[in-house]
Design a protein around this ligand. Structure first.
Ligand code: UDP
Length: 346
């Protein structure tokens, strides 16, 4: 297949490019390099000079994206490119809506106009379990039919774009030119490529596991738990941490399984929740470093507990997490952090 990956230079997008290239596809990676890194793009281009093209562009730059879709005869778009911090979205919601919705509509305009207005064939959207917000206890673990009431602007950007995509798919259906649309609602993505080539390098870094690994490396003096008074067994938030390679495998399965005319949403998470304290214990165990952890205030926008009910994705896509031991997830991330203490350093 000929595949466009938006957000290709980011943590998850770069892992997606790597897997798609390993599977023999032609891949065009698009990224404005606002938060992505050129290094993984160069590494992948060196490995696959004939099948990988990187384009530096905003995904909302419709003419540039349209030219890329046509020139490379793209049939499938994997849309990862987005701002993705809950806390930051609370601080600056308009920035989040402009990037994650307005720019994404620019991408969709290009997808619609491509191939002499026939449009692309398959679209897979990185949505989020943040679209669910705080659910009643009887809705945890979370299935796809749970009510979606986000607790943050970030969550709303993902939910709104799901609606926009559904409306777009309906238009394509009405025009007898249907599209295959999959929305994957990620739980917390963690770990890195076990070949050691790619890793996770964000600026700023706010995600729990990388922050803890940076503290274990001594790059931070300490870190904080954001809230120890939640109504959970140890008082800290509970999340479902899915290994990035398993997450990408869900995309590959959706690409191969969801048929033209189908519109589907799947949760992607292992089906087990870990508290913040359990994650920190794992990081200390794996790294062998007992770093200082402070008990801080709650962070605005955080849901109390979220973990997946993987029944639907198991039965429809045959997907199941291969990495379910949290120490294994953390170990894959720790290996890259130790080998690259300054990240990609680009
Ligand atoms: N968290 C924390 N300290 C940190 C970073 C995160 O206690 O320095 C908590 C955060 O409040 C949440 C969990 O770790 O409960 C996962 O947060 P992360 O930002 O990694 O992902 P999110 O769930 O927001 O997508």
């Amino acid at each position: 297949m000929q595949i466009l990956v938006t957000g290709a230079a980011g943590y998850i997008g770069s892992h997606a490019c790597q897997r798609l290239l390993a599977d023999g596809h032609h891949v065009v990676g698009l990224d404005n390099l606002h938060r992505g890194h050129i290094t993984p793009m160069n590494l992948l281009a060196q490995q696959h000079p004939d099948r990988f093209t990187f384009i530096q562009s905003d995904l909302g730059d419709t003419p540039t994206v349209l030219a890329a879709l046509n020139e490379h005869r793209i049939d499938t778009v994997l849309h990862f490119g987005a701002l993705a911090y809950v806390g930051e979205s609370v601080e600056d919601p308009l920035w989040y809506y402009r990037n994650n919705i307005a720019s994404a509509i620019g991408l969709l305009d290009a997808c619609d106009a491509a191939h002499d207005a026939k449009g692309i064939t398959r679209f897979i959207f990185s949505s989020s379990c943040a679209t669910y917000g705080d659910l009643p206890d009887d809705r945890i673990p979370v299935a796809e039919d749970a009510p979606q009431n986000p607790t943050s602007p970030y969550g709303y950007t993902k939910l709104h774009f799901e609606h926009i995509l559904r409306d777009y798919a309906t238009k394509r259906q009405r025009e007898n030119n249907p599209i295959a649309l999959t929305m994957l609602r990620y739980f917390n993505v963690a770990g890195s490529d076990r070949s050691g080539l790619l890793g996770e390098d964000h600026t700023p870094e706010t995600h729990l596991i990388p922050v803890a690994l940076n503290t274990a490396l001594g790059k931070r003096e300490s870190m904080s738990i954001f809230g120890t008074d939640y109504p959970t067994p140890d008082g800290t938030n509970i999340r479902d941490y899915v290994h990035v390679e398993d997450l990408i495998d869900a995309h590959v399965r959706a690409m191969n399984t969801i048929e033209i005319g189908q519109v589907e949403a799947f949760n992607v998470g292992i089906g087990k929740g870990y508290s913040v304290r359990e994650i920190l214990d794992s990081v200390k165990r794996v790294s062998g470093v007992d770093f200082p952890v402070l008990e801080g205030d709650r962070r605005a926008g955080d849901a109390i507990a979220l973990y997946n009910d993987p029944t639907k994705i198991k039965s429809a896509l045959g997907w199941d997490a291969q990495v379910t031991d949290i120490d294994e997830v953390v170990a894959s991330a720790w290996a890259w952090f130790k080998a690259n203490p300054n990240g990609y350093d680009d």
